[in-house]
Design a protein around this ligand. Structure first.
Ligand code: AMP
Length: 185
C-alpha cells in the first residue's frame, strides 16, 4: 500500500504515522526526519535546509524531490510506504506523480488529518521543538495554508483524498484511520 499523509503541523500526524507503519508494515518516509538528520550530520543538503527549517519555511522543492526519488529506490519501499510530510507543494506532487507514473506504482490513497487552527497553535506551543517558537509556528502554519493545502483539491480531483478529523483520543483517531486504510490494504 502506498499512502500520502497530509496534515498541518501539530495535527498529530507523527503519532498516527508511527501506528500506521507498524500495523500495515510500511516504510515510514518522513521528510522532516530526513532533513533533521541531514542537518544534524551537517551534510551539504542539511546545511542548506537548516536556513529554511529554522524560519518555518519550506525547503526548496528540488532538494526534497531528489531526496524522495533516492529514498523510493530503496528495497524497503518496494512493498509499500507512508509518505509523511511530502509532497508539501503542487510542484512536489507533480514531480512525485511523474516518478510514480513512470514506475506504474500510483499512490493508493491520500489521507488528510484535519485539525482547526486554534487547536494547532495550542498544541505546537506546548511541544518545545526548536522550530516551535511562536513566530516560527506562525510561519509553518502560513506555509501549510498557502503552499500545502492546495494539494487537498489536487488529490480530491484525482479521487484519492480521504479526510479524517484529528480531534479526540489517539486511539479513536487511529480507529478511523484504520477504517479508511483497510479498504485499500
Ligand atoms: P516536519 O517535521 O514535517 O514538520 O518538517 C519540518 C521542516 O522540514 C518543515 O517546516 C520544512 O522546513 C521542512 N520540510 C519537511 N518536509 C518538507 C517538504 N516536503 N518540502 C519542503 N520542506 C519540508
Amino acid at each position: 500500500m502506498r499512502i500520502i499523509f497530509i496534515g498541518p503541523p501539530g495535527a498529530g500526524k507523527g503519532t498516527q504515522a508511527e501506528r500506521i507503519v507498524a500495523k500495515y508494515k510500511l516504510a515510514h518516509l518522513s521528510t522532516g526526519d530526513m532533513l533533521r538528520a541531514a542537518r544534524d550530520a551537517k551534510t551539504e543538503v542539511g546545511l542548506k535546509a537548516e536556513k529554511y527549517m529554522s524560519g518555518g519555511q519550506l525547503v526548496p522543492d528540488e532538494i526534497l524531490v531528489d531526496m524522495i526519488a533516492e529514498r523510493l529506490k530503496q528495497e524497503d519501499c518496494q512493498t509499500g510506504y507512508l509518505l509523511d510530510g511530502f509532497p508539501r507543494t503542487i510542484a512536489q506532487a507533480e514531480a512525485l506523480d511523474s516518478m510514480l507514473d513512470a514506475k506504474q506504482t500510483p499512490v493508493d490513497v491520500v489521507l488528510e488529518l484535519q485539525v482547526p487552527e486554534e487547536e494547532l497553535f495550542k498544541r505546537l506551543a506546548g511541544r518545545g521543538r526548536a522550530d516551535d517558537k511562536p513566530e516560527v509556528i506562525r510561519e509553518r502554519l502560513v506555509a501549510y495554508t498557502n503552499q500545502t493545502s492546495p494539494l487537498l483539491e489536487y488529490y480530491n480531483k484525482k479521487g484519492k483524498l480521504k479526510s479524517i478529523g484529528g480531534l479526540g483520543s489517539i486511539e479513536d483517531i487511529f480507529a478511523e484511520v484504520v477504517q479508511v486504510l483497510d479498504t485499500f490494504a
